[in-house]
Structure formats: C-alpha cells, structure tokens
Design a protein around this ligand. Structure first.
Ligand code: C2E
Ligand code: SIN
Ligand code: SIN
Ligand code: SIN
Ligand code: FE
Ligand code: FE
Length: 366
C-alpha cells in the first residue's frame, strides 16, 4: 500500500481542512492521530506525552485502549524519546527493547511499529507518535517513515500548543481558586464554603442543561463570587451580630468591588468570574443589588451562584447567625421561588435536594 505525491498532498490537505473545522481539542488530537495512522496505513496510532517531572510517558490519545502510563525509560517508545530518534521495527516481538506489558494486558499483538519523537519549538522532546501494525501484514518502509515524520512534525506543533494552553488553563484555575479561598479567609468563613458553592453550582448548571464545558467553567469561577469582600473592613466583615443599615450598604459594595477587580482581565475564566462576582446578589424579581437586574437578564451563572451561595450560607454558622435546619432552608427556597431565585432553578434544586445534601456532607467543615 502506497500513495503517490498527488494523493499524499490531497490526503494532508483533507486532514488539515478537517482540523480547521474542529474546535474542540480532544477532537483535534483525534484527527491528528487518525492522520498519522492513515497516512501510513497503520492499524493503530497513539500520541504519547512525556511527563518529565514524573518521568513517565502517557497516552494522550490511543486507539482501542484506555489511557496508559509507563516509565519513560521503558519500551520502544521510551527508547525513541530518550535517544530522540525515530524507530522503524518490523519484528517487534523479537526486539529486546519492546515492553510487552501493554500487549499482555490488552490482548493485542504488536508486530510492526514506527515511533517518531515530537519536539517543541525549543527542540525539547515532548513525546512521541507511535503507529502499530501496518495493514494487511505488510511491513513499514523507509517511505512510510518519511511520511509519518512529516505528519508528526505538523502534529507536534499543534500538540505543543495544546499542552501549553492546558498548562495556562490549569494555572488560571489554581489562581482563581486561591483567590477565592483568600477572600473567604478574610471573612473567617469556614474552609469548604467555596468548594461547596463550586460543586452546587456545577450540579445546578448540569441539571439546568448547560453544556458540559459551561458547567465546568462555572464550577471553576463560582468560588470567586465573594472576592470583593477582600475590600471590606474587618470591623464590618467580621462583626459579631447584625449589621446596621449603613454597614450593610458598605457590605453590599462587595459585589461591584469583585467585578471591578476582575473586569479588566482578558482571561476568559476571569471574565466569567467577574460576572459571578457582579451578579450573585441580584434577585430574580429585580430587587437585588448592585444593579437591580431582573429575571433572565441576570446571567445564568449569576442566577445559579445566587442559589448555591444562599443554600450554603443558610446551612452554615456565621459570625452573625447560627446554621439553619434543613426544613427551614427548604421553606425559604419555596417562599423565594420567583422572588429571590429563578423559579426553574428552585424546582431543580428541590427535586434533587438529596444530591445537594450529599455534596454538603461530602465537603462538610471539619
Ligand atoms: P453570607 O453570610 O455568605 O450570606 C450570603 C447570602 O445568604 C446573604 O446575602 C443572604 O442572601 C443569604 N443569607 C445568609 N444568612 C441569612 C439569614 O440568616 N437569613 C436570610 N434570609 N438570608 C441569609 P446578603 O444578605 O446580601 O449578605 C451578603 C453578605 O453580607 C453575607 O454573606 C455576610 O458576609 C454579610 N452579612 C449580611 N448580613 C450580616 C449581618 O447581619 N452581620 C454580619 N456580620 N454580616 C452580614
Ligand atoms: C513499547 O513502547 O515498547 C510498548 C508500547 C506499546 O505497546 O504501545
Ligand atoms: C463567604 O464569604 O465565604 C460567604 C459569604 C457569601 O457567600 O456571600
Ligand atoms: C439580597 O440578596 O439582595 C438580599 C438577601 C435576601 O433576600 O435574603
Ligand atoms: Fe456575596
Ligand atoms: Fe459566599
């Protein structure tokens, strides 16, 4: 099985136009893997990523098998990565370097293999592309190796970018979580409040039918709802007892303050966080603060976090109040349906209350 130059070009252009139309990273990686597999008529392709810190190689994408992780110095893949050298092996079972542990586990018989290391822009090896078993029991040729190298060098650049984006995303999330916890510590509130609000928000978003990526985004940003409290004086924030009207007015500025802290960021996560900070005290009937926004004009992230936050606040002890019992909490949500809270969200919450209680139990304060 071979391709002539024209077929090869068509093949690559087809793949790339396919890739240009997929936005999702997972899908993109699958397209890349498929390109590498099909360009040389292999049965399977895996994209291995090198984790230098843990000295492991793990499969970011793998045909037919669950994600696998192995010691970075093991096997043919480990060899290719360590030596930064492409391998073409047509008698795998008799190669002493071969790590047959995975075959043993999956029951798949590897006979022929090519491995191409991938480098980033700084010429550091970031992983490898591996194809297994040329179709119709043929062997891989030098030309196959050349084609795969071509495909791999294209893939490497994209994969490097994806890894970088994932790293940035992870850093952002950590930052946001730490900021949320910081805001909370200032107000001496109990340790798991932000965690619980995050989980309640995620569940409400899921029940509401938001797409999974939006549910996850909300889970990441809802811990930030009270970040503005870092701007509220201690004497008010931690006053043991009811706030008077003047103090409450100052307290209420925490919503706008949070928004002001976050609004200038270009980071999508912080943009979403600023919505939550701004709108988590708006009420569905339009009598909340700071802007008296009403109904569905309140962003769904704001409407969800409002419910999650109050549910958690009522069930928790505060410097100014004792924790409420469950019946009283449920009664408040029934009463506030369509007033403080989005009626549809209240229905979902009441219907699935046991799941919310379970989250509260799982992340209870110690
Ligand atoms: P928080 O304590 O986390 O409460 C968040 C929201 O949960 C409150 O927003 C309110 O909607 C609801 N909530 C909490 N406790 C109660 C309660 O006992 N009864 C009712 N009906 N709802 C409750 P809100 O009212 O806008 O307050 C925002 C934040 O202002 C509170 O966050 C808290 O940090 C502070 N705060 C409010 N009232 C007082 C107070 O009397 N004393 C002190 N020290 N702080 C207060
Ligand atoms: C190896 O690299 O030797 C084995 C990896 C695999 O079976 O996929
Ligand atoms: C907190 O600051 O952690 C609780 C206050 C709120 O949720 O509004
Ligand atoms: C508000 O969220 O605007 C006031 C708090 C409440 O209604 O309990
Ligand atoms: Fe708040
Ligand atoms: Fe809160």
């Amino acid at each position: 099985m071979k391709r002539n130059a024209e077929e090869l070009l068509t093949f690559i252009l087809d793949t790339i136009s396919n890739i240009a139309s997929v936005h999702q990273q997972e899908k993109l990686l699958h397209e890349l893997s498929k390109m590498c597999r099909d360009i040389v008529f292999a049965d399977r392709c895996s994209i291995w990523i090198l984790d230098k810190r843990h000295h492991t190689l793990w499969t970011k994408v793998a045909d037919g098998v669950e994600p696998i992780s192995m010691d970075a110095s093991k096997g043919l893949v480990g060899n290719a990565v360590n030596d930064n050298k492409a391998l073409i092996i047509n008698d795998v079972q008799n190669d002493v370097r071969f790590n047959n542990a995975i075959d043993k586990k999956t029951g798949y018989l590897t006979q022929t293999m090519m491995v191409i290391p991938m480098e980033n822009k700084n010429d550091e090896v970031i992983g490898a592309i591996q194809v297994i078993n040329k179709k119709e029991d043929e062997t891989f040729s030098k030309l196959d190796l050349k084609y795969l190298t071509l495909a791999a060098s294209y893939a490497a650049e994209t994969i490097g970018t994806i890894l970088l984006l994932e790293e940035i995303d992870k850093t952002q999330k950590e930052l946001i979580y730490i900021m949320g916890v910081t805001g909370e510590n200032r107000s001496k509130e109990t340790g798991f409040h932000v965690k619980r609000v995050a989980e309640y928000s995620w569940l409400l978003a899921k029940l509401y039918g938001l797409p999974p990526s939006e549910c996850e985004r909300l889970r990441d940003v809802s811990p930030m709802h009270d970040i503005g409290k870092i701007g509220i004086a201690d004497a008010i924030l931690n006053k043991p007892g009811r706030l008077d009207d003047g103090e409450m007015d100052i307290m209420k500025t925490h919503a706008k303050l949070g928004h002001d802290i976050l609004r200038y960021s270009e980071l999508p996560l912080l943009k979403a966080a600023s919505i939550v900070a701004y709108e988590h005290h708006e009420r569905f009937d339009g009598t909340g603060y700071p802007n008296q926004v009403e109904g569905e004009e309140i962003h769904i992230f704001g409407r969800i976090t409002a419910l999650a936050d109050v549910f958690d606040a009522l069930g928790s002890e505060r410097v100014y109040k004792k924790a409420w019992d469950d019946e009283r909490i449920i009664a408040l949500f029934q009463e506030e349906k369509g007033k403080h809270f989005d009626p549809h969200l209240v229905d979902l919450f009441l219907e699935h209350r046991e799941d919310f209680f379970a989250i509260r139990k799982e992340f209870a304060d110690v």
